[in-house]
Design a protein around this ligand. Structure first.
Ligand code: HEC
Ligand code: HEC
Ligand code: HEC
Ligand code: HEC
Ligand code: HEC
Ligand code: HEC
Length: 339
């Protein structure tokens, strides 16, 4: 840690020497009257770096659960679950065998290097390009900014057709087991889901079952993940910035009179509907009492309701990410379950 900081200071010194006068007095590239040294310090002051590190230490990324061990080093998982996996992926390289070592997401996972040191310099990001949906391979997610970094990982891995397209099931030894009737879906795994992270897909209004096509939640897309999750902290609370916990202060930049996240009662409505759908799915046998999936054969109506339930649950915002689309998913699930 000490060495790292020391190294950066030396490097910083080199850069100052390289760009010459602009680090010590008004440079040609700074705004009139702004010392370039000051503009670097907007981010690189000790106080700011300390604050960022404290926020990061309180974040989900700073405190990964067992998923780092389960998925960090594995092919097909590492690109979202470890620093080594993501940095390799961002550079266009996807290892074909498991890594021998994987560490948690850290500063250098998301941040790359400054490519230039000119006016308007921003935090250097490793992955800013639009992101192709893994679930459908067609939709392009583009927040037109640093939130594309988040979208690379916080997106669904599968759509329901991964299950609905299966019409024959085989045994482990490859022999034929049984066929699946056109009206039915075989739920082959208790983990069958879009994966635990559906927020990007939801903001873009894709991935679930609905009677009419979903729409992009334009205003929240424009805010981007960063606009709600990395905004100003609320006084006395640990949120915003690099905690990456959504803050009310960030909502207030647009919803000036908001007093909590439950604007227009959307979260209450979503949570109540989610619970009602879960209870009906328990009654159908596709969820057990803990709301875990039960392997078996189900009518496709039940499967569609199940899939929408997983999408809403793993979105984690109780409808905030895209209120209209969430409502469509709820309506469809209720209709299929006769609620
Ligand atoms: C808007 C915020 C911001 C500004 C302004 C900024 N930086 Fe950075 N800089 C970062 C971030 C974020 C990183 C990567 C994370 C880290 O290493 O702390 C970084 C990394 C660096 C590094 C490490 C090596 C590298 O390129 O990755 C150097 C050196 C550096 N910055 C120099 C400068 C200088 C010199 C200036 C002023 C001309 C400057 N920075 C202005 C945010 C900024
Ligand atoms: C496209 C990116 C992506 C890929 C690929 C991916 N994951 Fe994840 N996974 C995530 C994200 C993001 C989370 C964290 C969601 C959250 O906490 O909001 C997560 C969460 C998890 C969790 C924690 C679930 C819980 O109970 O909270 C497990 C376990 C997991 N993933 C396993 C895997 C495995 C195993 C693979 C490979 C077979 C894999 N993941 C591939 C993005 C991905
Ligand atoms: C999960 C991705 C991610 C990780 C991990 C991450 N950052 Fe950032 N960081 C961002 C994004 C996104 C921005 C905002 C960029 C923008 O303004 O659009 C940012 C902005 C910054 C800034 C400028 C704004 C500010 O708050 O001062 C600094 C400095 C910075 N990061 C340093 C760090 C350091 C140091 C670490 C490790 C402790 C770190 N970051 C870890 C994504 C990340
Ligand atoms: C390299 C993939 C990756 C990137 C990039 C990434 N995340 Fe994550 N995120 C994860 C994983 C995986 C987890 C689960 C904790 C862990 O294993 O680090 C997670 C956890 C979280 C959590 C905590 C979730 C919880 O249930 O407590 C939030 C909030 C979050 N990320 C927001 C963001 C935001 C905002 C960005 C962009 C600035 C971002 N993430 C970028 C992979 C990523
Ligand atoms: C309009 C604001 C907004 C936008 C845009 C937004 N989020 Fe959220 N997000 C929220 C709110 C509010 C919650 C619920 C937090 C709560 O109830 O404590 C949430 C919940 C989450 C969670 C669940 C874990 C947690 O922090 O409670 C994750 C992970 C997450 N969002 C990631 C993202 C990612 C990644 C993006 C961009 C693809 C994004 N969000 C865009 C507001 C937003
Ligand atoms: C960039 C501006 C912007 C930000 C930031 C933003 N929102 Fe929104 N939000 C909007 C707009 C615009 C609408 C659409 C208003 C409408 O439909 O009447 C909206 C609609 C909503 C709705 C639906 C309201 C209803 O009555 O149906 C909810 C809920 C919501 N936002 C929650 C949040 C939360 C929570 C945050 C902060 C975590 C947040 N928003 C941050 C602009 C924003």
């Amino acid at each position: 840690m000490k060495y790292n900081t020391f190294f950066k200071l030396i490097l910083f010194g080199f850069i100052c020497a390289f760009i010459g006068t602009s680090c010590t007095k008004e440079g040609p590239m700074g705004e009139a009257g702004v010392d370039a040294n000051q503009s670097c310090l907007a981010c690189h002051s000790q106080a700011n770096v300390d604050a960022v590190e404290m926020q990061y230490a309180a974040s989900g990324h700073g405190n990964p659960g067992s998923e780092l061990g389960i998925a960090g080093a594995r092919t097909g998982c590492m690109e979202c679950h470890s620093s080594e996996g993501f940095t390799a992926h961002a550079m266009g390289y996807n290892p074909s065998s498991n890594l021998s070592f994987a560490s948690k997401i850290s500063c250098g996972t998301c941040h790359g290097d400054h490519r230039s040191l000119e006016e308007g310099i921003s935090a250097p990001m490793r992955a800013m390009a639009p992101v192709l949906s893994k679930a459908d391979g067609v939709t392009v997610f583009d927040f037109e900014g640093s939130s594309n970094t988040c979208a690379s990982c916080h997106q669904s891995r599968a759509n329901g057709n991964l299950y609905t397209d299966v019409d024959k099931v085989y045994n482990k030894d490859g022999s034929f087991a049984f066929s699946v009737h056109a009206d039915s879906v075989y739920l082959s795994s208790s983990h069958a889901s879009p994966h635990y992270t559906t927020m990007t897909n939801n903001i873009f209004g894709v991935g679930g079952y609905a009677n009419e096509a979903g729409e992009v939640m334009g205003a929240h897309k424009n805010a981007g993940c960063v606009g709600c999750h990395m905004g100003e902290a609320e006084s006395g609370k640990t949120n915003g910035g690099h905690t990456m916990i959504a803050s009310l202060a960030s909502c207030k930049t647009c919803h000036s009179s908001a007093t909590n996240f439950d604007i227009g009662g959307v979260q209450t409505k979503t949570n109540n509907a989610e619970e009602a759908i879960a209870q009906a799915l328990v009654a159908k046998g596709i969820l057990n009492a803990n709301h875990d999936a039960v392997v078996g054969m189900y009518h496709k109506d039940v499967f569609e309701a199940y899939w929408n339930y997983k999408i809403i649950h793993y979105d984690g915002s109780a409808g905030v990410h895209n209120p209209d689309y969430t409502e469509k998913l709820i309506d469809h699930a209720k209709q299929k379950l006769g609620l």
